[in-house]
Design a protein around this ligand. Sequence first.
Ligand SMILES: [Fe+2]
Ligand SMILES: [Fe+2]
Length: 230
Amino acid sequence: MKLPQVQAYSDPIRFLRACHAVIEQQVMALEGLVQEAKKVGLKQSFASNAEWGELLQFFSIEAAGHEKDEEAGLFPFVLEKEQRVGFLPADSPIRFLVDGHAYLVSKVESLLDVWKQFLNKADPSSEASEHFISIAEEMVKAYREHISTEENLVYKHANDILTPAERMVILERIYQRHDNEVSMPMLNFAQPTFTENLKSVPLDYTDATSSVSISEEPTEEEEEDVPKEE
Ligand SMILES: [Fe+2]
Ligand SMILES: [Fe+2]
């Protein structure tokens, strides 16, 4: 499973929401596999479902890429606006969400390790199975809470306050990140690059948007979460 292509979207919030919809489907699929593993045992569930590998790869690569899109594109803009209205960085929901990214990625990587060991013929012990299942359950819960917090505390607010020009800059940052992805090493969320991202954000958007000409506010139809073409 892949996330939607950013090139099909003209609005970053719509793109990020479409990614959430796919991640939520995958969270549901993970929940289903966990339930099955609790019934038949992890080893049996691994042996009969290659979907474990596909799902864990999805969370490790695709979902982690979505978190990077948020950190490189949307979050710096929202944080900067929050600071203008008096949020201290330590109190910002963005801080909490970036910590959440590191937490989620570390959980996924530990699950993926157990899967890879299984592929290398190392069956999980009953203790390791129990541990795996409890981490996977935690991950399902944490992903749902994370997405819900983002939608309610960040996306909704961002959708109200971002100007069309700012949306273009955010999309441009996400495009750039995707273009560079092939040559970029996987980021280590245990050492978030958020501060680095912030340093590179222009505080005066006039320069950053000078090449973008936007004549109108989005129409009501454009506000719906529909990609340009699909
Ligand atoms: Fe996130
Ligand atoms: Fe997200």
